[in-house]
Design a protein around this ligand. Structure first.
Ligand code: FES
Length: 280
């Protein structure tokens, strides 16, 4: 059956990525209001992350919660006083309410792995036009580092509804697909990433995740299907991730599918840890 897709209207300022199709309104509604559910399984045995394990308190086997990671930023980050405390979605919503875009982000640790968590007021904005500062998740086609078409986010999301962000939260793995940097990931507010949001996953405005190593930028609201490979054994794999909008990184960042438990704590679903193995 043919997929239902709308083409986004592009402006002369938009880059080529905006010519790609994004999911239509009905699909947004379907995915935007699906709650995460299902069996949590799998182990972390496939990962070789010993070299990047973050010290102490980052959760252990069976603990799916994401903790704040504010080391060195205790006095500057909005979550500075909550280092290693479990992230609660309401804390993000409260912080997001102070920003012009209604978004908020924080660095964290999930089962010893560095992550960034971004709050996007998707459910509040999905019924309005995708104008500036009405951020929502966008689902799009993805292209690998050679610009070869890989697939559409909905192709991978249709295999498991839990891949689609629910509860306005996306968890992004904290290693850069360029040279595997970890530190310096942050939501930035610079000239090209002011505290505003525009649609289409471009580098023009909008909060971006930023790698300070060589300035790669990623739009945490634009989800796509993409491809990466394990640098050790060369094995390629497709994954769901956020779009690279600029810089030398060849592809976007993988997500860790998220859910919010009955206590409001943000958790990562551990069925897709293979997506994180590109630096192994
Ligand atoms: S390692 Fe992130 S841009 Fe180079």
């Amino acid at each position: 059956m043919a997929k239902e897709r709308n083409f986004k209207t592009i402006s002369s300022e938009d880059d080529e990525s905006t010519e790609r199709t994004i999911m239509n309104r009905r699909k947004f509604m379907k995915y935007g209001f699906n709650s995460a559910a299902g069996v949590i399984a799998a182990s972390f045995g496939v990962l070789g992350f010993a070299s990047i394990l973050m010290p102490g308190g980052g959760g252990g086997s069976g603990d799916l919660s994401v903790k704040y990671w504010a080391k060195g930023r205790e006095d500057s980050a909005w979550y500075g006083s909550m280092h290693l405390q479990e992230m609660e979605v309401e804390q993000f919503a409260m912080e997001a309410s102070k920003s012009a875009s209604g978004m908020a982000g924080a660095s964290g640790v999930w089962n010893g792995l560095p992550v960034n968590v971004v709050y996007v007021p998707h459910n509040e904005n999905i019924n309005s036009a995708p104008v500036s500062n009405k951020p929502r998740f966008q689902f799009s086609e993805g292209y690998d580092g050679t610009n070869k078409y890989v697939g559409h986010f909905e192709d991978i999301a249709e295999t498991d509804d839990r891949i689609v962000p629910a509860d306005n939260v996306v968890i992004v793995f904290g290693r850069c697909p360029h040279l595997c940097c970890i530190p310096g990931w942050q939501l930035v507010q610079e000239s090209f990433t002011a505290d505003n949001w525009t649609s289409g996953g471009t580098d023009e405005g909008g909060n971006k995740l930023f790698c300070i190593c060589h300035s790669s930028r990623f739009d945490p609201t634009l989800l796509e299907m993409n491809m990466n490979r394990n640098r050790n054994n060369g094995q390629e794999f497709t994954y769901a991730g956020i779009r690279k909008t600029g810089g030398p990184a060849p592809v976007g960042q993988p997500i860790i599918p998220a859910q919010v438990n009955g206590s409001g704590v943000i958790e990562g679903i551990d069925d897709y840890v293979d997506w994180l193995t590109f630096c192994d």
